[in-house]
Design a protein around this ligand. Structure first.
Ligand code: RB5
Length: 145
């Protein structure tokens, strides 16, 4: 199950991603927003990420205008490793090396075609483990400080 959310700046992109997930029969839960009316991205990030840390969803996708604010908010949630991506290589390697569990994108910064490519590679690339396991553990220990 994929948790998906956006503010108004990422709303249109979120809707495109939902169409893609529907086509691929990938189940998701939409944590809002549900229109282009202005909303605050930290609240959307909080709700979407809660579903992941509570184990209801495996991964998340978050969009705002730039992807920056919503990725900052997501990374404040304990257990979340959110990656703001705008290129294919980063979306692939953040899974391979960082075991990222949330993909963030900017609805006003990248085209929908590219965004869907990033979603596809993010959802289909496993964590490589090995030496990266230790680094991800070190990363998560920073949450305790
Ligand atoms: C909203 O206008 C905009 O600030 C937001 O979508 C995002 O880009 C913040 O980082």
């Amino acid at each position: 199950m994929i948790a998906i959310g956006s503010d108004h700046g990422g709303f249109e992109l979120k809707e495109e991603i939902k169409k893609y997930l529907d086509e691929k029969n990938i189940p998701y839960e939409d944590f809002g927003t549900y229109s282009t009316d202005s909303v605050d991205y930290p609240l959307i990030a909080e709700k979407t990420c809660a579903a992941i840390v509570e184990g209801k969803c495996d991964k998340g996708i978050l969009c705002c205008g730039t992807g920056i604010g919503i990725s900052m908010a997501a990374n404040k949630v304990k257990g979340i490793r959110a990656a703001l991506c705008s290129d294919y290589f980063s979306a692939k390697y953040t899974r391979l090396h960082n075991d990222a569990n949330v993909l963030c994108m900017g609805g006003r910064t990248i085209g929908h075609g590219l965004a869907l490519e990033l979603v596809e590679v993010f959802l289909n690339t496993p964590f490589e483990g090995g030496r990266h396991e230790r680094r991800v553990e070190q990363l998560m220990k920073l949450e305790e400080k």
